[in-house]
Design a protein around this ligand. Sequence first.
Ligand code: C2E
Ligand code: MG
Ligand code: MG
Ligand code: MG
Length: 286
Amino acid sequence: DAKSHAPGTARFYVQRLGEQVRRRQIMERDLRDAIEQGQLSLAFQPKIELKGWRVTGFEALMRWRHPVHGNIPPVEFIPIAEDCGLITTLGEWALQEACRCAARWPAELSLAVNLSPVQLMAQNIVSLVESTLKTTGLAAHRLELEITESVFIQENRSTVQQLRGLHDLGVRIALDDFGTGYSSLAYLRRFPFDTLKIDRAFVRELLVSRDARAIVRNIVALAKSLRMATVAEGVEEPAQVLVLGDEGCDQIQGFLAARPMPAEEIRNFLRNWRDQRPVVPPSFQP
Ligand code: C2E
Ligand code: MG
Ligand code: MG
Ligand code: MG
């Protein structure tokens, strides 16, 4: 009967929970075959330098098209892959595929690949990256690995050693989603990050909240004093670009410049960008 199915009843929540558990089981089962069946792909989102409004490179983002359930977002399947141990396989595939693509781009463009903290704990990521760079022919200085603050939640010596090992290869390391996770700043001293990515949450509030703007200003100052570059995530409006420029941020990423795109569209995108520079605010013309 309708009444016992209404939101707020115990039965409703038990049913919802049951659906979630089932969906999770299906995903875990199907994720195992997703690579072999060609259901995974990468989308690439550009990073734009504020000074000069040039494309500096692209971040690779995983996509999963399930044959029955359609597109499943990474926020849903990455945590499952981390829990069931599949993230190492998915991560290896993404790294290999992204480097293979980037090796064919103009040499001034960089590639960013997201790394799960689980990958840093579960495998020798230094030798994996080293061999992938070798087989794909991508120069180490063109690769940047993005990792979130959660990597430091479990004080793990080997994690820091692996990050140092990657750094020694000549690969750059970015701290992703900065400002939302783990609240201690001590790790900024323990590991030399090259880039801080300012989380979308602050950019979203930038035009309406003085506090958000103050936080962005201070993240940029902190980054500068530690010789790190800054990238603002989730930029959707031209006015945000102006504020970020005033605050001294180095680069932006977001739907304003472009949504993540398939590898085949990159060439066209770069050509159009050079010809039109469509969304550049006049004050940022070089
Ligand atoms: P992230 O690394 O912080 O990536 C940025 C996310 O923000 C992407 O979502 C991107 O599509 C989205 N985004 C970019 N610009 C805008 C904007 O202007 N507005 C809004 N609303 N969103 C924007 P996506 O692709 O769904 O990925 C979500 C997260 O999943 C990523 O966050 C990353 O943590 C994880 N992820 C994606 N691919 C991989 C991967 O290959 N390996 C690992 N370990 N994690 C991945
Ligand atoms: Mg990222
Ligand atoms: Mg991010
Ligand atoms: Mg983020």
